[in-house]
Structure formats: structure tokens, C-alpha cells
Write a protein that binds this ligand. Structure first.
Ligand code: GLU
Ligand code: ZN
Length: 306
């Protein structure tokens, strides 16, 4: 049978650093509805490549919570911790093509560079000790040399975005000094591996999107379409996150939680569905989904560097 690439494959990719809270439900629901409304596939991936930041049992709790909310995924869950071999192979290919290099610069070194890594180790021999590995994002060798320093893309919600990868970003860490794989490497490798065509996620990741797109370009892979939805902030104005102990969702209120998330996503859910059941509410929401209802809603400008 010929392999036909589906026209829409989306995903939700939580890091298991804590149980699902309202902010992550919003992101999960937006990606789910955008996929289902477009008759697409919706995958779940557990981004568990950073054990020091993980909480025992969190991944299972996240999956249980998604199911309790009726957010059923296609295929089996992909675990990044099972993908180390693939990441190693990708790194070997990148090294062969002179696209990555060891870097032993410290945090203080980067600070002294003005906070953006200036490519120092592209030409310097590592001095000592543990090295990280960085991916060149600009001034690339060979056929990639034509890629411009400034990367522009259109986010389906946030509109035209532009970043100068040399001046505003700097070469990306793909292997950390502690030997763990970098987040950008794993995300891009897995979005390619899973055939992701559409990424709908929280706007806290908007600032790292240009470097991810450059990574796709370097690998000569088709770039997904991105839509960054507003992130939910707590009463203190800070983004709800597992790190600041946002309250875990109560699965007993699943339908009401979904209804609230739909309100946050500006979908105008009918009041009478707030006390129905997840399946009915999701059915309504899938039919009526309008990503554009979020156009113009302020995105958080949290520049957290992942
Ligand atoms: N695992 C990442 C996070 O929870 C998100 C990855 C992504 O959606 O690209 O922040
Ligand atoms: Zn360096």
C-alpha cells in the first residue's frame, strides 16, 4: 500500500514535571480541537528527556487526566526517553555535516557575550572538561549557506514573526553539559518522526519557534504550521506552570474543566453544556471550533529560555 501522508497530524507534548493543570488543559484542548475539526490525527508525546525536572508518576497522571477529559489520542504514546538511539543517530549525521560542535563555554562566558551565544567555539578548540554540543543556526556550511540569518514565519495566530538567529538567538544547545539531550533537538526530531504537520501550543514557546524552524530547514524537512495560543496566567499574572505549583485538575469536574477551557479559548460554549458530559461537550466544540476566535487576544510574552 502506498504511504500517503495525512494532511493534518497534530500533537500534545507535555513534559512530565507535574500533573496537568488548567493551563496545560487549554493547550491540550486547543491542539485536540484544531486537529479533530480538520479531520486530522491527534498524537500525544511525553517529553521525558529531562529526568532532573521530572516528577515520579506525573506522566501517568497526565495521560489519565487526558482520558478522564475525553481527550483520546491516536496511535500509541511516544516517550522521548525511548528515542535516545534516534537522537544519537541524528547527532552523528549532523556532526558528519559539520553542523554541530563541542562548546565548553560557561553561563558566565555567555553572559559576558551579552547573553546571546556568539559562536565562540565554532573555531576554538574546547579547553577542558565537559562540553555541550551546539547546532549552527546561521553561517551554515555547504548548500545551507544560502539560509538567511533572519528567519521569518507566519504564526496562524500571532502573525508574522521574525528573529535574527545570529544576533537574537545564537547556536542552539543540542547536547547539554550534563550529557542530556537538548529540548530543541528532541522536539524537532520527534515532530519529524511523528509526521507532525500542525503544532498548536502555548505562546510561551513562540520565542523558540524560529530556531526550531531553522532546524527543520537544516534537515531539509517540511516545517509544520504553528499556532501559539495564549497561555493562562494565575491571579498573580504569572503563567500557570507546573513549576509554580498550579493546582492539578480534578478529574471529577472534567466536563466543567473543559467548559472553562473553552471559555478561555473564546469558543463561547453554550451554558447548558457545562454540566453535560465530556463527549457531548467535545462533540459540540469540535464542530464549532474557531481558532480565529483567539485572534487579537494578548499572548503572554514570557521569554523563558528552553
Ligand atoms: N514539552 C514542552 C513543554 O511542556 C512542549 C513541547 C512543544 O509543545 O513543542 O513545554
Ligand atoms: Zn562555546
Amino acid at each position: 500500500m502506498p504511504h500517503i501522508a495525512p494532511s493534518y497530524t497534530g500533537r500534545f507534548a507535555p513534559s512530565p514535571s507535574g500533573p496537568l493543570h488548567f493551563g496545560s488543559l487549554v493547550a491540550a484542548l486547543a491542539s485536540y480541537l484544531d486537529a479533530r475539526h480538520n479531520c486530522g490525527r491527534w498524537l500525544v508525546r511525553i517529553d521525558d528527556i529531562d529526568p532532573p525536572r521530572e516528577q515520579a508518576g506525573a506522566a501517568d497522571l497526565i495521560l489519565q487526566t487526558l482520558e478522564a477529559h475525553g481527550l483520546h489520542w491516536d496511535d500509541t504514546v511516544l516517550w522521548q526517553s525511548q528515542r535516545r538511539e534516534a537522537y544519537r543517530e541524528l547527532l552523528a549525521t549532523l556532526e558528519q555535516k559539520d553542523l554541530i560542535y563541542p562548546c565548553d563555554c560557561t553561563r558566565q562566558d555567555v553572559k559576558a557575550m551579552g547573553g546571546i551565544y556568539n559562536g565562540h567555539c565554532r573555531h576554538a578548540r574546547p579547553r577542558h572538561g565537559n562540553t555541550a554540543w551546539r547546532l549552527k543556526l546561521y553561517d551554515l556550511p555547504g548548500v545551507l549557506a544560502k539560509l538567511p540569518d533572519t528567519l521569518s514565519f507566519t504564526d496562524a495566530l500571532a502573525g508574522v514573526q521574525q528573529q535574527n538567529l545570529a544576533r537574537e538567538v545564537g547556536d542552539a544547545v543540542v547536547v547539554r553539559k550534563d550529557g542530556l539531550f537538548g529540548y530543541q533537538l528532541a522536539v524537532v526530531a520527534d515532530d519529524i518522526h511523528q509526521g507532525i504537520t500542525h503544532v498548536v501550543r502555548g505562546s510561551d514557546l513562540l520565542p523558540v519557534t524560529a530556531r526550531q524552524i531553522r532546524f527543520f530547514e537544516i534537515l531539509q524537512q517540511r516545517t509544520p504550521i504553528y499556532a501559539h495560543v495564549p497561555v493562562a496566567c494565575g491571579a498573580d499574572g504569572r503563567k500557570l506552570s507546573k513549576q509554580n505549583q498550579a493546582a492539578a485538575l480534578d478529574n471529577r469536574n472534567a466536563c466543567a474543566n473543559l467548559w472553562q477551557a473553552l471559555v478561555f479559548l473564546r469558543q463561547n460554549p453554550p451554558r447548558e453544556l457545562a454540566h453535560s458530559d465530556c463527549a457531548s461537550l467535545l462533540h459540540w466544540a469540535t464542530q464549532h471550533w474557531r481558532l480565529n476566535a483567539l485572534a487579537g487576544v494578548p499572548l503572554s510574552t514570557n521569554m523563558e529560555n528552553t
